[in-house]
Design a protein around this ligand. Structure first.
Ligand SMILES: [Zn+2]
Length: 409
């Protein structure tokens, strides 16, 4: 029968045969039996061994055919494994052993789970949400086990928040490939320590550059675990801090000057934050008018724009000289948020200037972090950080999938 041939085409059946395919109400059930010409193989080590007994029947969901659910039924044998020296359940090449679905079906679901919310995938293919989670877990576990991190020399560390800033995750990226290496809950010292523990001494010793935000717990751990790597504070984070300072000046001024000023400042927030060449004609006109009023926010704006020039230097010496001048201006601006920012820069100057030795930044990672946020929407109903992290690996680590005979999706 054709369906039997299709099943043989889609799963590794060596040592097994399809006995029959029946349609039971709305499900296709394929009965599998052992091929007596082959001895059963140990589920742990793969060695063939003498037959011991047979276990009750197990079912495995397989990829649906023309929208009809397909289930495989099989009674696994046990054998006395000569290598393990004990009785083991045999290896069934269509599954990893524990799950109630075939590896092919796990890959199939996982491919869809990268593109659609998990609950949608569950509904589309008549599975439970936890089946989707288990499928992704199976595929990710395979990918993590089979990936090669030996060539990583530049990493970027970034944090993302879940649940509106109540829960933080620390993500570590390979800056050369823009892929996620590791993700862990929290953003404390022990979070990053856990990464270095995972990464291992040998690979850590090969790191040449590390890029992150000016966040003391990270800094401490990096200096302790990877002292040879050049630490570069991320340009995009620095700019973000500056933007926040500028916006704080705007808000402080509104609070101080009251209603009339608030009216004047209406809809101007992005004018002060945007790059000037991205302004619309109208925004440019508004900015031109506001510039004449000698406002605090305008002073903050000019200092922000002046800071941009810092990055355009090619030599560290000149950049340092410029930063000194800028620092004087910023600290004499009589704008507290700007002054605070300037001191933040001064206190971290060494590892900001190291950018001119090793110009790395988390720019692509920033894009990835946005992707992570999109992923988190897809993660709707993720319930736990474990599943959330699972999905990050699945979507952003560029992991390889288990090898299957046929590509379904
Ligand atoms: Zn064995």
């Amino acid at each position: 029968m054709l369906v039997e041939q299709l099943i043989k085409k889609t799963i590794d059946m060596q040592g097994f045969r399809v006995k029959s395919v029946k349609k039971d109400s709305e499900i296709l059930i394929a009965e599998l039996i052992p091929d007596r010409r082959f001895a059963p193989r140990c589920g742990r080590c793969g060695s063939p061994g003498p037959y011991r007994d047979q276990r009750p029947v197990r079912t495995f969901r397989h990829v649906p055919l023309w929208g009809i659910p397909v289930t495989l039924r099989y009674k696994p044998r046990r054998l006395l494994c000569p290598k393990c020296g004990t009785v083991r359940v045999e290896r069934m090449p269509w599954t990893n052993g524990k799950q109630r679905f075939t590896t092919a079906f796990a890959c199939f679901l996982a491919v869809w789970a990268r593109r659609l919310p998990w609950y949608t995938v569950a509904r589309l293919f008549h599975c439970s949400w936890s089946t989707i989670a288990a499928a992704v877990e199976t595929v990710v576990a395979y990918g993590l086990e089979h990936r090669d991190l030996s060539g990583v020399t530049l990493i970027g560390i970034d944090e993302i928040s879940r649940k509106k800033g109540h829960v933080y995750l620390t993500n570590v990226y390979d800056l050369a490939t823009s892929t996620l290496i590791w993700s862990g809950e929290g953003r404390k010292k022990d979070t990053l320590q856990a990464f270095f523990e995972f990464f291992g001494k040998e690979r850590t010793a090969q790191l040449q550059g590390i890029c992150c935000d000016m966040w003391q717990p990270y800094i401490d751990v990096i200096k302790e675990c990877a002292p040879q790597a050049i630490l570069v504070f991320d340009k995009f984070h620095i700019i973000h801090h500056l933007m926040e300072a500028v916006d704080q000046v705007r808000r402080d001024e509104i609070n101080a000057k009251g209603k009339k000023h608030k009216e004047l400042m209406k809809n101007t927030r992005y004018i002060w934050l945007k790059n000037p060449w991205n302004l619309t004609d109208n925004q440019r006109l508004t900015l031109g008018n506001l510039e004449k009023l000698n406002l605090k926010i305008n002073r903050a704006y000019l200092i922000k724009e002046a800071f941009r020039i810092f990055w355009s230097y090619r030599r560290m010496g000149w950049a340092a000289k410029y930063l000194k001048k800028w620092f004087w201006w910023a600290t004499h601006s009589r704008l507290k948020p700007i002054r605070d920012f300037a001191w933040l820069i001064r206190n971290h100057e060494e590892n900001i200037l190291s950018y001119f030795h090793l110009p790395i930044h988390n720019g692509t990672v920033e894009g990835l972090n946005n992707k992570a946020k999109v992923v988190s929407h897809r993660a709707y109903g993720f319930r736990s950080a474990k599943n959330y992290i699972l999905n990050l690996y699945h979507s952003m680590a560029d992991l390889s999938m288990p090898k299957i005979l046929h590509t379904f999706a």
